[in-house]
Design a protein around this ligand. Sequence first.
Ligand code: PLP
Length: 381
Amino acid sequence: MKRKTKLIHGGIPIDPHTGAVSVPIYQVSTYKQDDIGVHKGYEYSRTGNPTRHALEQYIADLEEGARGFAFSSGMAAIHAVFSLFNSGDHIILTDDVYGGTYRIATKVLSRLGLSSTFVDTTDLDEIEKAVKPNTKALFVETPTNPLLKVTDIAAVSGWAKSRKLLFIVDNTFSTPYWQTPIALGADIVLHSATKYLGGHSDVVAGLAVVSSGKLGEELHFIQNATGGVLGPHDSWLLIRGLKTLGLRMEAHEHNAREIVSFLSGHPVVKNIYYPGLESHPQHELAKQQARGFGGIISFDVGSSQKASEVIKKLKYFTLAESLGAVESLISVPAKMTHASIPKERREELGITDGLIRISAGIEDSEDLVEDLAQSFNINEI
Ligand SMILES: *Cc1c(COP(=O)(O)O)cnc(C)c1O
């Protein structure tokens, strides 16, 4: 099955109980048992719900994994996966991971005795240097936010296997439409489904997919024990959003390319970060491990004042956190998503005050480029 077909026919596309061509919203908490312990596979909706189950099968299929799990947010999914570890364990993470991942690792899990080290995972030597006797896992985000750094999933996965480390990939930016880390050797894939998978800025959700039945049992135990599950209505919205993932991702990428070609060579723009650019340090790798470069672009306009001047004049780019939705969004990471990271550390990573991040929506690219052009010109006067 090819990718767009799988988006329509993958998982459980038809309700097995009624034949409905959209699995209904099973708005229910508990299920009648025919005899004590005799039931149709569902006992209580924290443990399992038919709508959530349809979503979980769907994402497992899309990510080419053994089993999927739906959570109430991306952070709930990440927390559940981190709950597979024990006090005293150590985890290595990508240095510019999502701020919430940095926060849970350094401010929550650290209190429970789980330690972490952040390294540039584009460099295998750096990862190797961070290994300790108690290291149990490697958590990689690729491409990263907001600098779009790309880690070699297959190479790192081979290395992690030789070290017997669990290899976890946050695939939020690429989505299974462009990139399937489990097929490249990852053990667990995570998503903030709030972003591209939902795609319409109307759901907060998280998904996890594991590569084996054994990991599936372990994560289901955690999901049921900790209880951060996605409700049936949000599960249904996510299924609905996912049907058009292919069409949307193609449109996001088309618009991103048009925006990048406008930004390239514009005097206001200092640096552009986009894996589709030949000048991107991991361009060849990105081309090889993913089927597309995605819809996120970051660029530097030199100062926070310049950034805010540009943003004020825009009509079609909504100033907001988040990304991956049908409408174009714009943000200044240093002041918004990454404000909790100390300025020194931000500068070290390259997240300067003049850095702007765009999440290209699916509007007509001509309008988006025209909008950017007028905002840039006014600032040059
Ligand atoms: C947004 C995001 C998360 C967190 O997901 P929520 O749904 O906001 O809890 C995790 N990882 C990445 C890469 C994200 O962009």
